[in-house]
Design a protein around this ligand. Structure first.
Ligand SMILES: Cc1cc2nc3c(=O)[nH]c(=O)nc-3n(C[C@H](O)[C@H](O)[C@H](O)COP(=O)(O)O)c2cc1C
Length: 389
């Protein structure tokens, strides 16, 4: 019961109580303490592993956090309609995405400052994702450069997330560095021309200690502790689709646009050279009241009409959430916060274990749905859940 004792000294008392509910269960040898069975357990463990301000930064959304909650609720507004006697003895979860095979249609979303969760944050996450046959997206606001991560996580495939910065030369050089380090795709995040109003951070005074390395800032002298608001002062609120075209022209890599909710923008992304669209509201951290990402998904899938893959993130916590997103036309999903929590509580082994749990859940959900591979899931497997359920 050593793990439960650890919980007793936790910093977040609510999380500590919830954490005590996690049993020792089937033990995973590399993991000490309570044995998480799912992404929710990892959230409980992550919340007690981090100091309250950092946990609040991870957990939080913008304003009243309607969109944050609605990302989760919107997935629950769909129910699944399984088919039976479909011979599901052999079920496989692997898919091909942008020409590369991954073990499941699930990636780790870009997450800033992963080094604050665990000292080797981004590198550990990339290694864990690779060990599970999938990949992570390295944030512009990472605590290591693309080159440092690639060196530490040898052979691990990764995508690089780009913010369009006011300093265009720096932005272009980030693209060059990502290409040189071996990134296999770029994703440009376009839903954050300014940072959303994150009141949890304002109340807690969350800041990034000056000792935390943030390579994109290395040219900045006289560094002090920084807020997330300070970091977003680097981001250019001015660019239009012309800048996306310029970035596409800099590299042969596929460029995906992350943070699209309107079908018109999805179409524009394709017209301006994007190789994919990521339907996302930044995990409810930008415009509160923005629609849940799965609610935006069907119209976007229709608008791009198979010309490029459509991915989605926001609120995915279970294999059954993944199949719902697939049924609505997504080629793959990304998870954000669950990876941060797993890294914070159990490091690299935790992230790998979380991914393994999600892959097992997905495999079971496919089998119980009567499908033998992700591509077989379609709208016929979905029903609108009764209102108020
Ligand atoms: C702590 C945290 C940091 C994030 N940092 C970035 C980032 O640097 N770049 C980016 O494009 N999105 C960032 N996001 C948004 C995620 O990529 C993703 O869209 C979102 O977390 C998905 O929702 P989920 O957390 O419910 O899975 C961040 C989200 C969180 C929670």
């Amino acid at each position: 019961m050593a793990g439960l004792e650890r919980c007793a000294g936790a910093r977040d008392p609510t999380a500590a109580e919830e954490c005590a509910a996690i049993g020792e269960g089937a033990r995973i040898p590399e993991l000490e303490g309570p044995q998480p069975l799912n992404a929710h357990d990892y959230e409980r463990l992550g919340r007690i592993a981090l100091n309250p301000a950092l946990a609040g930064y991870v957990m939080g959304g913008a304003d009243d956090e309607w969109t944050l909650r609605d990302n989760i609720a919107a997935l629950k507004r769909w129910s699944l309609c399984p088919r039976v006697l479909a011979d599901v003895e052999h079920v496989q979860t692997a898919v091909t995405l942008l020409g590369a095979e991954i073990s499941m249609p699930l990636l780790i979303a870009p997450l800033a400052f992963l080094g604050m969760a665990s000292p080797s944050g981004e590198t550990a996450t990339a290694r864990a994702a690779s060990a599970q046959g999938t990949l992570m997206c390295l944030s512009t606001f990472a605590t290591v450069s693309a080159a440092q991560m690639a060196e530490g996580a040898r052979q691990s495939a990764f995508w690089f997330q780009l913010y369009l910065l006011r300093d265009r030369g720096l932005t272009d050089s980030l693209v060059e560095q990502a290409v040189a380090a071996g990134a296999s795709a770029l994703l440009i995040t376009v839903d954050a021309p300014r940072i959303g109003n994150r009141e949890r951070d304002l109340r807690s005074g969350f800041s990034i200690p000056k000792e935390t390395s943030i390579p994109v800032l290395e040219d900045f002298s006289g560094r002090r502790d920084l807020s997330a608001v300070d970091m977003f002062k680097l981001v250019d609120p001015g660019p239009t689709w012309a800048r996306v075209e310029e970035i596409c022209a800099l590299t042969e890599l596929p460029v995906l646009i992350k943070g699209v909710l309107a079908p018109q923008d999805a179409k524009a992304a394709c017209e301006h050279g994007a190789a994919g669209v990521i339907v996302s509201n930044h995990g409810g951290r930008q415009l509160d009241g923005a629609c849940a990402s799965v609610d935006a998904l069907p119209e976007i899938v229709e608008a791009v009409d198979t010309s490029v893959p459509v991915l989605v993130d926001g609120g995915v916590r279970r294999g059954s959430d993944v199949v719902k997103a697939l049924a609505l036309g997504a080629e793959a999903v990304l998870i954000g916060r669950p990876a941060f929590w797993a890294l914070a509580s159990r490091g690299e082994a935790g992230v790998a274990h979380l991914l393994a749990l999600l892959r097992n859940e997905l495999e079971l959900a496919l089998a119980l749905l009567g499908c033998t591979r992700p591509r077989e899931v379609g709208l016929e497997h979905l029903r609108r859940a009764p209102v108020g359920s």
